[in-house]
Design a protein around this ligand. Structure first.
Ligand SMILES: Cc1ncc(CN)c(N)n1
Length: 237
């Protein structure tokens, strides 16, 4: 079994857990409040900005030119998506490249971003790519699964998780190419390095679930502080 097959086998329960999350269910049924949607929008746009740094590292640490070109192409798409997304945001939200950098990063987003950024110091595509590819895979799989569900056809719910006009799917799509790269890099890696790469992928899948959860509950440093300092306890996490 290739490393990517092993990873995907172990990632299935995480995919199912993400499908069942009330935020994901809320997208399907159109049952999320403007505040929940706003929290997600703000945090996710900042998350995608962090991904720019991860993809840069992937270009940087590529082990051949074809890899570097693929990551470069993915970066181009990332920046185009971010530009168009920012252009749609009102003044009260991050709406250009400079305001984007000032977005307050809330607890789970910070944890996920740091989990990804920590892989950069390995200088290894095999360690960096799974941290990023997991979120890509999760979003594409959730989008595919949602197509099989009866989902509301009103915006913003309708366009949720419809990423990239098919660029990600199929044998030549980004997801398969990322897995091909993971398998190629795994050939020259030790079992321990392979296990580390798998665990990094699975941790990203877990943090995907917590990212929905944070948006659903609107978890912020402020309400964490209130829970801790003012005794305004509730089962927040
Ligand atoms: C939390 C999260 N994970 C993944 C993606 C898709 N790159 C995203 N936009 N946001």
């Amino acid at each position: 079994m290739s490393l990517s097959q092993d990873i995907l086998f172990e990632a299935q329960p995480y995919l199912i857990a993400n499908e069942k999350h009330p935020f994901v269910q809320g997208i399907i049924h159109g049952e999320l409040s403007p505040d929940q949607l706003r929290y997600y929008d703000e945090q996710d746009i900042a998350f995608e900005y962090n991904e720019v740094g991860i993809i840069n590292a992937l270009v940087n640490y590529s082990t051949n030119t074809e890899q570097a070109l693929l990551f470069h192409k993915r970066q181009d798409l990332q920046l185009t998506m971010l530009r168009d997304w920012l252009a749609r945001e009102p003044e009260t939200m991050p709406h250009d490249w400079e305001t984007l950098k000032q977005t307050p990063i809330q607890p789970i987003n910070q944890m996920y971003r740091q989990h990804m950024a920590a892989t950069i110091q390995t200088h290894s595509v095999l360690q960096i790519l799974p941290s990023f590819a997991a979120g890509e895979w999760m979003y594409i799989e959730l989008g595919k699964w949602m197509k099989s569900q009866t989902r509301v056809q009103d915006e913003p719910f309708k366009s949720f998780l419809t990423m990239g006009n098919g660029d990600f799917e199929g044998p030549h799509g980004y997801i398969q190419q990322f897995f091909n790269i993971i398998d190629h890099e795994a050939e020259s890696a030790t079992p321990r390095e392979q296990e580390q790469a798998k665990q990094t992928f699975l941790k990203s899948c877990l943090l995907e679930w917590y990212f929905w959860d944070a948006a659903y509950k609107q978890i912020t440093w402020d309400n964490w502080k209130a829970v801790a300092l003012d005794g305004k306890g509730g089962p927040m996490l």
